[in-house]
Design a protein. Sequence first.
Length: 240
Amino acid sequence: MKHYDLHIHTHYSKCSNLKPKTILKVSKRRGLDGIAITDHGTIQGALEVKKLNKDKNFEVIVGQEIMTDYGEIMGLYLKKPVITADLKEAVVQIKRQGGLVVIPHPVTITRSTWSFRYPVEKLKDWLDAIEGLNGREVTLIGNHLAKLKAKKNTIAIIAGSDAHFSLEIGNCQTLFEGDNLKNAIRNHQTSIYWKHPPISWFIGGWASFFSALRKRLVKQEPKQKKKLVKQQSQKKILKK
Ligand SMILES: [Zn+2]
Ligand SMILES: [Zn+2]
């Protein structure tokens, strides 16, 4: 049985500071047989980890998370970065290079902006897997609904820790028999496993919740300022 963590971020993602060397060291120490590096909008970190790995018995998959107009999707087994925010174009770019199309954390309760908002039924023919277990989905409901989505649409299921800190690596694992993950996914022969160390799950999950909240507040700031300026100028006009 092979154990893979299919969702790890390097320092090329703004939200993570994990170095390629650390990721390899920790992944092996946790008994993993393979990992996918899935940074936001870049495969640079993944390529670095892959290059650094000299162990033939350990697989490094080059992946990427892509923010599209309908939420995030993920490409695995990439050779080139996917550069588009258009969902269908992203799927085409992944498929054209022989990659697998995955929906990560399709239902995220605490980070609703990252939920997937396109009907899975319509994407079924293009979709290779759904992440039915994401290490940063703290509410448990999100992962449960994701699992149901995969089951309902008979789509393969995978798991990833979504690690941004080293203590999260390997928390959520994709299990399969044999040596070929791609085949296992295509034949729907993967299963998911949650190691569930409560402290790291708690820290990682809530850290991501607060960073999402912060992003929202920061985004709202200019709007609020504009509103304030408008109100002040209106007051001035009234005084006149
Ligand atoms: Zn994500
Ligand atoms: Zn992620």
